[in-house]
Design a protein around this ligand. Structure first.
Ligand code: ATP
Ligand code: MG
Length: 729
């Protein structure tokens, strides 16, 4: 109704309105963090529907995470006043999975194909590459898989890989391995993640009839986080958007400063090329940030200004409470203390009335989460791990999923191999080899080969009995599946196969938790209509636990946090070698460092009200303690937006007392008698010659309370630095 129309547009600023009301023709919204890009996209979706420009299924909307897809679906439903169904709305992978099921036969798959996870991918690749006798010390399998994935990201099928491309790695055998790997996948009626995009794009490229069908279908295309699209995603979008004789109604939103996936093949160049790719494109800029307080924005802007490769954007606070707290930088003794303090602060802020669901701990690398998980469990703070397929990666979950996959598709050899000897049935590697040989020579799946060998009495004794029991369990479960549905069937299978009994008999401390997880898995199963739907969901899902109604603090990587927002954000591990990562430092290039800095920018801009950054003086790497230096990004944060908080004792006093941990009102730093930073700075004088680990040698041209200005011989301009890293010559 026009009424609705009024209200949803009225809540936007003029630039946002322009981005929504420019419905036809290509449009790029280029804007910084928190300026409402995603909101524009969602509202545009609803606007197209409410103005009857298209039916719900005629809009293709690409989001970056499943969570974002869910939010968009809910918001569209809300604006429409009815549940939005049949929408082409989801991640690139989810959309491609749906397309591929419709046209699977064009690439030699059947529509019930399985989507492999990384574990399976690697196992398969290792099997496939045996004939080449690759020296895996030099060329480990994950590296080879990486090369193949990069090729897929670039839209290169094995036939499209050139000799030159193939020459760098594993003595030029990777293309041949890739060819064999793809062939094996087709045999298994499976594909990996990269294949979803690759196969669909190949179909669109080579089947004009299929392409024309989608050209007729999709009148509007909406894309979030455009800066992180890789080549194949870009090709796919272009194929769909460039309709002969019709306008390209494609609207992409993005921020070059948040491009953080180049390691996965993302091309920020796609954004820069937009006007060329889509003639007549309009560009809208949004400059008002509605998410973060002034200091958080100021800190983030100051940091990202250190990058050279930028389009450059203005960002103003659009919030009424434009003051807010400064960003807190806390130095702690070691990484254990860091985890303890983060938990302590979270608990304190919770006691002050903040909900845990509005807090997040964002880490640079997955390995960092474990320490926090432990401390959170110890201190009884409910948490959830977001992003990464953590829950689904647990061994018991993967086992149970393998059982379900075999149930769903008996030809799923990889899954069958996993369950064959879990629980133990006496099938060692030799036994499995025998099955493989039989399957290969008879051109049948492993399950069928197993049946055959059982019938031929080739599998005998205790092992034979146990394996026969497994096959019987699978058979009876199929009947139950048909009669009583997938939930009952899966319960039956886990029971009958002896899998549950295995954990019930287990006396290790983890066993109860594992049984709890399995229960949770069966619970999740009930939300889906069929087993196939559930398995597809699991394969695609990036976030789990979305439905957890109770408040929990979120623990995730910075990469996984893109597009999200929280009142309070903890950013631990800002140390050289952690953030920026050791790998980036080893590579030494500016590009890598700039990407790390963008990641830091993404991290800070997730916060609405409070951002707390931590760095530890020592960190435990495996069993060893190693000293660590504060991240260079810390000195790049402008002083006027930051409170640096080096003394642990004052922090701990604040944690115990009723004082705010923020120094906003009564600065903790001011209460300290010693100020090591100031003392350090004071030891430098005008004209001193100094050396900096990164910038080399220079001369002090100004010195103040905490900082010195240095003119370096090999750097342009004058650097404003903390004196921590300077050495007097
Ligand atoms: P990111 O770059 O991090 O993905 P974004 O540009 O997509 O950010 P959104 O997530 O869409 O930004 O919006 C940030 C916050 O600002 C959200 O809470 C959103 O609801 C709010 N917001 C956006 N536009 C307005 C507006 N015109 N008035 C009030 N709040 C707004
Ligand atoms: Mg967004």
């Amino acid at each position: 109704s026009p009424d609705q129309g009024e209200s949803y547009l009225a809540r936007l600023n003029p630039e946002q309105r322009a981005a929504i009301e420019t419905t036809d023709g290509p449009l790029l919204v280029l804007a910084g963090a928190g300026t409402g890009k995603t909101r524009v996209l969602t509202t545009r979706f609803a606007h197209i529907l409410l103005t009857e420009r298209a039916k719900p299924w005629q809009i293709l909307a690409v989001t970056f995470t499943n969570k974002a897809a869910k939010e968009m679906r809910e918001r569209v439903s809300l604006l429409l006043g009815s549940p939005a169904e049949g929408l082409w709305l989801g991640t690139f992978h989810a959309l491609c999975a749906r397309m591929l099921r419709r046209h699977a036969d064009y690439v030699g798959l059947s529509s019930s194909f399985t989507i492999l996870d990384t574990d399976d991918q690697l196992r398969l690749l290792k099997q496939v590459m045996t004939p080449w006798q690759i020296d895996t010390k030099r060329w480990p399998a994950p590296g080879i898989l990486g090369v193949i994935q990069r090729w897929k990201d670039r839209g290169l099928t094995p036939e499209r890989v050139t000799d030159a491309e193939d020459s760098d790695f594993a003595d030029g055998h990777v293309r041949a391995i890739y060819t064999a790997y793809q062939a094996r996948l087709i045999q298994l009626n499976a594909c990996d993640f990269g294949d979803l995009m690759l196969h669909v794009t190949e179909i669109l490229r080579t089947r004009p009839d299929v392409l024309a069908q989608y050209h007729r279908l999709f009148r509007y295309i909406l894309v979030d986080e455009y800066q992180d699209t890789n080549t194949i995603q870009y090709l796919w979008l272009r194929l769909l958007a460039l309709r002969p004789g019709e306008p390209s109604n494609i609207c992409c939103v993005g921020d070059d400063d948040q491009s953080i996936y180049s390691w996965r093949g993302a091309e920020v160049g796609n954004i820069l090329r937009f006007e060329k790719d889509f003639p007549g494109a309009q560009i809208v800029r949004l400059e008002r940030n509605y998410r973060s307080t002034r200091h958080i924005l100021g800190a983030a802007a100051g940091l990202i200004a250190h990058n050279d490769e930028r389009l450059g954007k203005t960002l103003r606070s659009g919030r009424d409470d434009a003051s807010g707290e400064k960003v807190l930088v806390v130095g702690v003794g070691d990484s254990d203390e860091e985890a303890r303090d983060v938990c302590g602060m979270a608990q304190k802020m919770r006691a002050e009335g903040h909900s845990l669901s509005e807090m997040a701990i964002l880490v640079r690398a997955g390995f960092q989460t474990r320490a926090f998980e432990e401390k959170l469990v110890q201190s009884g703070v409910p948490y959830r791990i977001v992003g990464g397929v953590r829950f689904y990666e647990r061994a018991e979950i993967r086992d149970a999923l393998a059982y379900m996959r075999v149930l769903n598709q008996p030809s799923d050899d990889l899954a069958f191999e996993r369950i064959l000897n879990t629980p133990k049935r006496g099938m060692g590697p030799a036994g499995v080899q025998k099955l493989h040989a039989a399957a290969r020579s008879r051109h049948i799946p492993l399950t069928a080969a197993t049946q055959a060998l059982l019938a031929e009495k080739e599998l005998k004794g205790k092992t034979g009995d146990l394996v026969r029991a497994l096959m019987t369990a699978l058979d009876t479960t199929r009947d139950i599946l048909a009669r009583e549905g997938h939930v009952v069937a899966v319960e039956h299978l886990l029971e009958e196969s002896g899998y549950l009994a295995m954990w019930q008999a287990d006396t290790s401390p983890e066993a109860p938790g594992r049984l709890e997880n399995l229960k949770e898995l069966v619970r999740a199963l009930a939300d889906f209509g069929t087993l196939g739907e559930f398995l597809e969901h699991v394969a695609l899902v990036m976030e789990h636990d979305e439905n957890a109604g109770d408040a929990r603090i979120s623990l995730m990587t910075l990469h996984g946090a893109k597009g999200l927002e929280f009142d309070i954000v903890f950013l631990p591990g800002w140390e050289e070698g952690v953030f920026p990562s050791q790998r980036t430092l080893d590579e030494g290039g500016l590009k890598g460092l700039e990407e790390e800095r963008r990641l830091a920018y993404v991290g800070i801009t997730r916060a609405r009200k409070h951002a707390l950054i931590f760095h530890a003086a020592r960190r435990r790497i495996y069993a060893n303690w190693q000293p660590s230096m504060p991240s260079r990004f810390l000195e790049e944060l402008p002083d006027e937006h930051v409170i640096r908080h080096e003394a642990r004792d004052t922090l701990h006093r604040a944690l115990r007392s009723a004082d705010s941990v923020f120094a906003g009102g009564a600065p903790l730093v001011a209460r300290r008698r010693r100020d090591p930073l100031a003392e350090q700075a004071a030891s430098f004088q005008l004209g001193d010659r100094v050396r900096h680990p990164r910038f080399g040698e220079g001369i002090i041209v100004a010195a103040n309370h905490h900082h010195v200005d240095v003119a370096f011989e090999n750097e342009d301009g004058i650097k404003h630095l903390q004196s921590t890293f300077l050495e007097k010559l």
